[in-house]
Design a protein around this ligand. Structure first.
Ligand code: AMP
Length: 285
């Protein structure tokens, strides 16, 4: 059975008209922001959103503001027809797919930035990235005005930055984190996995195994620095080109934990380069 075509809107006015009609019926609304090139991880967010709301909107917008000048904005995979078909089959009710000019009107001059939580890890590796994310997510939350918005734990630092923004700006929305969807070998699903060669794809599957071991050691009371050092050595031996970070942090505010024994709910976070592809993953400790 093929799902019926997904209703698609491209302007904020049309988006708001749909949401207003649902509100008049007393329905709860969820938003799942994405950059498209959808995979099972994105669809798991839609499924979770369905359990929290009566209507689910997915946005697909490859946000230029969150890519650095030497990053893959132009090459980022785009497939709106494929995305719409997957969303319809996955139980999404509405696709918001705006042009860049709808999100960034002429004269656009406002940026949402966070301090602290956004400064380490991805913030160091990708200057300006989180300002781009925080700005576009703030706009999407204001535009759609959902009751709940779902984001993946796959991008754990991003999730925590968005939680911070929602609290600090009094955005009337519940931010929900969804568990990371993984391939059979445990590799976190990512639109950028499409860049991997067959050999790189094999190596990529090792990262989550190394992280699970390090997280397990730390949870068992081993020294954080020793477990991280073993993990880093294993990553280098496996053939990854570069480690941007492999760090144990507090699960809430992402302050650095260790050396020594873990004394708060933690999160092990990593970013590594494999060929020309940057892989991100994280584990609860
Ligand atoms: P992206 O399109 O990559 O910007 O991701 C859109 C949303 O999907 C973000 O909230 C991501 O954290 C989430 N996401 C991406 N990959 C996964 C995954 N493997 N499992 C769960 N959520 C994911």
């Amino acid at each position: 059975m093929t799902a019926s075509p997904l209703a698609t809107v491209r302007t904020v006015a049309d988006l708001r008209a749909h949401v207003a009609a649902w509100r008049r019926q007393g329905l709860r609304v969820a938003l799942v922001p994405t950059m498209g090139a959808l995979h099972a991880g994105h669809l798991s967010l839609v499924s979770l959103a369905r359990t929290r709301a009566d209507r689910v909107i997915a946005s697909v917008f490859v946000n230029p503001a969150q890519f650095g000048p030497n990053e893959d904005f132009a090459a980022y995979p785009r497939d709106e027809a494929g995305d719409a078909a997957q969303l319809a089959a996955g139980g999404c009710d509405l696709l918001f797919a705006p042009a860049a000019s709808e999100i960034y009107p002429p004269g656009f001059a406002t940026t949402v930035t966070t301090a602290g939580i956004s400064e380490s890890m991805e913030g160091l590796a990708r200057p300006g990235h989180f300002a781009g994310v925080a700005t576009v997510v703030s706009k999407l939350l204001i535009q759609a005005a959902p009751d709940v918005a779902v984001f993946g734990e796959k991008d754990y630092q991003q999730l925590q930055v968005i939680r911070r923004v929602a609290i600090d700006l009094d955005l009337p929305v519940e931010i929900v984190g969804a568990p990371t969807a993984r391939a059979e070998d445990g590799l976190a699903l990512s639109s950028r996995n499409a860049y991997l060669t067959a050999e790189e794809r094999r190596v990529a599957g090792v990262l989550n195994v190394i992280m699970a071991r390090a997280a397990g050691r730390i949870a068992a009371g081993d020294d954080i620095a020793a477990a991280e050092a073993e993990g880093r050595a294993a990553i280098e031996a496996a053939g990854f080109a570069r480690i941007d970070y492999f760090e144990t942090r507090a699960a809430d505010d992402l302050r650095r934990l260790g050396p020594g024994v873990i004394d708060a709910p933690g999160r092990l976070l990593a970013a590594v380069l494999l060929g020309r592809t940057r892989l991100l993953d994280n584990r609860a400790i």
